[in-house]
Design a protein around this ligand. Structure first.
Ligand code: CP
Ligand code: NVA
Length: 316
């Protein structure tokens, strides 16, 4: 019974027990691939409705200081499918919203739960929480990073493309997006060639590009980035917290839309990713998002399976 073996193997699975995931490169490439292998197994079990209670009696606190649909539902349902339980803490409904320090919150939550997931603004706030918490902390999105999205993105790319080493991934649009930072790091870790097309001022963080040295090129034009690409990826032009900059961003990024004309230059079997929520008519067109090359819906589903694998590996 493979599902029973999984449950028995869990303690110490992959050597990740007790670890945080604040950035995707908190994992080594081997750990990342092992996690994706487990996510594939968990997806198959879930599709067969075979129980896999790897976290019986464990709890996850989910702290949200920004809105969410996918992250909230996939973590909460994922914990239930693993036999555990999730607690949702919205900023406005908790003492965090009244100014209780994040470190105090981390220390207290650690007395109740076995892991903490947080979505917030400044990345430093997640680091402060992780410092104070005695249980693993997972970054559910900050202004700079979205590692859980990168897990699901690589999972769907493996499903669609097979071996990823040497494949070409084109990012088109806001290169400073949290999703871009995590995905370009993850793609470089598994040996993909990444090309980013972003207008001046929207290039990815120089430290992120440097850390992925040799795997990432930043170019000015979307057509050059997409030429021959196996995967084409974009994200919203106005991320959460950037609403005041919306008009300027829409103007600056107008030439960076992922549409059918742009995709004519991609590899014939290319796949299009979008983390969602999408803004059709802005960063992507509706025909592409809902078209045959779009893997956005599988990508969203894979948040569930990839995060279950992560939780199964890090929770003690
Ligand atoms: N992709 C993603 O993180 O979606 P939510 O904002 O709905 O969680
Ligand atoms: N870059 C987007 C991702 C949403 C999942 C944002 O931060 O709003």
């Amino acid at each position: 019974m493979p599902e029973l073996a999984l449950v028995e193997e869990r303690p110490g699975l992959g050597g990740l027990s007790g670890r945080d995931l604040l950035r995707i490169d908190d994992l080594t490439a081997d750990e990342l691939l092992a996690l994706l292998d487990l996510a594939d197994r968990l997806k198959a079990l879930q599709h067969e409705r075979i129980p896999h209670p790897m976290l019986t009696g464990r709890s996850l606190a989910m702290v949200f200081e920004k809105p969410s649909t996918r992250t909230r539902v996939s973590f909460e349902v994922g914990m239930a499918q693993l036999g555990g339980h999730a607690v949702h803490l919205a900023n406005a409904e908790s003492q965090l919203g009244r100014g209780e320090p994040i470190a105090d919150t981390g220390a207290v939550l650690s007395r109740y739960v076995d892991a903490i997931m947080i979505r917030t603004h400044a990345h430093e706030r997640v680091e402060e929480l992780a410092q104070a918490a005695s249980v693993p902390v997972v970054n559910g999105l900050t202004d700079d990073h979205h590692p859980c999205q990168a897990l699901a993105d690589l999972m769907v790319l493996r499903e669609r493309l097979g071996e990823l080493e040497g494949r070409r991934l084109a990012w088109v649009g806001d290169g400073r997006s949290n999703v871009c930072h995590s995905l370009l790091t993850a793609a470089a870790m598994v040996g993909m060639e990444v090309v980013v097309a972003a207008p001046p001022g929207y290039e990815p963080d120089a430290d992120v590009v440097a850390a992925a040295a040799g795997h990432v090129d930043v170019v000015a034009g979307p057509a050059a980035a997409v030429a021959g690409a196996d995967a084409v990826v974009t994200d919203t032009w106005t991320s959460m917290g950037q609403e005041d900059e919306r008009d300027r961003r829409l103007r600056d990024l107008a030439a960076y839309q992922v549409n059918a004309a742009l995709l004519e230059g991609a590899a014939s079997s290319h796949v299009v990713l979008h983390c969602l929520p999408a803004h059709c008519g802005q960063e992507i067109t509706e025909d592409v998002l809902w078209g045959p090359s779009s893997a956005a819906w599988d990508e969203a589903e894979n948040r569930l399976h990839a995060q279950k694998a992560l939780l199964a590996m890090i929770v003690e």
